[in-house]
Structures are given as structure tokens and as C-alpha cells.
Design a protein around this ligand. Structure first.
Ligand code: ADE
Length: 258
């Protein structure tokens, strides 16, 4: 998979993309992530990329021409590289007015062979960019960042970890709580007792059946307590549905495990 990121501040992206799992995935050729400096597509002696808004008001707006130059160059590079028949680049503008990014969207995007992530900046981006040059806008949440760079990193990270081989453990993405629409159960490691709090006995029992039941129950309980909204759309087994009904009647995990 190829991911191109267009930004006025490539330095905000290079270091995080070189570290840890993403850095290793790139080094192993599992994902080809490239960062592009928007200023290189600006023309004139001063390579201007932003201007004040028509109609007044504060702040600066990213001009359409440099973004058009960058996006069109990447669409063309994608088609030149592409094997016949594969899908064209999917161009995404990161901004607070976009569709909400989620695990479902990450799973949708990982199926695309070529993503172009365009980072907005300042007070916004000329509307004609959204209208004419990008395929969709994505927001990572209901808050305003100073620019799309952290959002592009979030999208690149969430998508890359879903690629085969990136996590090493092939089952890991499927095991993610969000893969099932639930929060993750609690996890523990050594020591067995930390400041008088012991690891739950079941996790040290070696009984894989009991452990799996406990984990499912705790994942459900945590979701019930912290994100009940997720239960409305989660795909529950009949036993999970029974547990959720029991929570609704005031019962807790301690009441439900044998
Ligand atoms: N740029 C500024 N705020 C953003 C957000 N919430 N999501 C994506 N890009 C952004």
C-alpha cells in the first residue's frame, strides 16, 4: 500500500513515521509512506501558499493552486506506478468539517492501494479544493487542531497497522475490541501484586476457557460502563446479549461468573 502525505510542515510528520511499528513497516516494505512539502508546488519568488480570506475575517486560507499541483502530481504518479486495473488514488483532505474517522473507516481505507492525505492549515482551505480536487474530507474528532498533520498521522497509523504482517501477530487486529465494536478488557502483566492490588485469579489459572469468558465479560462490562452508545451497534452473541441484559438489571461481572 502507498500513502502520500502533503503538508506545509513535513518535519511534523517525518519523525513519528520513522519510529516504532510504522517505521519498521516502512523499512520492511509493507507500506510505502512518503511525505511531500506543499511549498514545492507553490510558484513565484516567495512560494506563497496562503492568503487572507475574501470577505474579510482573520486568519489565512490555503490557496488552491499549490494544493492542485501537489494532488495532481500524486494522482499521476499513482497511475504511472499502478498495475493495470487497480484502483486510482483516494485523496483525503484532513479537516474538522470532514466525515468522522473511526475503526470502520480505517478498515474501509486499508482496502485502497493508494491514499493521498492532504493536511489543511491555518483558518482553512479554499473551498474549491474540497469541491474539485479531493475525494472526501475526514475529521479525527470534534475539536480543532492547528493543522491536519496530527490527523494524517492518526489515519496513517490506524490504517497501516491493519496491513498484513505489520503487527507480526496476524490475529491482533481482529482481536481488537473495536474490531467488534467493544472496548478492550483490562490487561495485566508482572508483578502479580502491585501496591496491594493483585492480578485477577482467573488470569493466572491457566484455564483458557475461563480466561476467554472473563475477557469477553469484562470487555462488555467496560463498554457498558464507559461507552454504552457502542452497545447499540455492537454485534453481540446470544450469551453477550444475556450479560448485557443482566447489567441493565443492575448485576455486575462478579454476579455473572461461576
Ligand atoms: N484539522 C484541524 N482539526 C482537525 C480535525 N479535528 N480532524 C482532522 N483534521 C483537522
Amino acid at each position: 500500500m502507498r500513502i502520500d502525505i502533503v503538508s506545509l510542515f513535513p518535519g511534523m510528520l517525518e519523525a513519528p513515521l520513522a519510529e516504532s511499528i510504522l517505521g519498521r513497516a516502512r523499512a520492511r516494505g509493507l507500506v510505502d509512506i512518503r511525505v511531500h512539502d506543499l511549498r514545492e508546488h507553490a510558484t513565484g519568488r516567495h512560494r506563497v501558499t496562503d492568503e487572507p480570506p475574501f470577505g474579510g475575517g482573520g486568519g489565512m486560507i490555503l490557496k488552491p493552486e499549490p494544493l492542485a499541483g501537489a494532488i495532481e502530481a500524486l494522482r499521476a504518479a499513482g497511475s504511472a506506478l499502478r498495475a493495470a486495473g487497480s484502483a486510482p488514488a483516494h485523496v483525503i483532505l484532513l479537516g474538522p468539517a470532514g466525515r468522522r474517522f473511526s475503526q470502520v473507516v480505517a478498515r474501509e481505507l486499508v482496502r485502497r492501494p493508494h491514499l493521498v492525505l492532504v493536511c489543511g492549515r491555518y483558518e482553512g482551505v479554499d473551498e474549491r479544493v474540497s469541491e474539485q480536487l479531493v475525494d472526501e474530507e475526514l475529521s479525527i474528532g470534534d475539536y480543532v487542531l492547528t493543522g491536519g498533520e496530527p490527523a494524517a498521522l492518526v489515519v496513517a497509523d490506524a490504517v497501516t497497522r491493519l496491513l498484513p504482517g505489520v503487527l507480526g501477530d496476524e490475529d491482533a487486529p481482529a482481536r481488537d475490541s473495536f474490531a467488534r465494536g467493544l472496548l478492550e478488557h483490562p490487561q495485566y502483566t508482572r508483578p502479580e501484586v502491585f501496591r496491594s492490588a493483585a492480578v485477577p485469579e482467573v488470569l493466572r489459572s491457566g484455564d483458557h476457557g475461563r480466561i476467554a469468558r472473563w475477557r469477553t465479560l469484562m470487555s462488555l462490562w467496560r463498554t457498558w460502563e464507559r461507552r454504552p452508545d457502542l452497545l447499540e451497534t455492537a454485534d453481540l452473541t446470544p450469551e453477550e446479549q444475556k450479560w448485557t441484559d443482566a447489567f441493565r438489571q443492575g448485576r455486575t461481572p462478579a454476579d455473572l461468573l461461576d
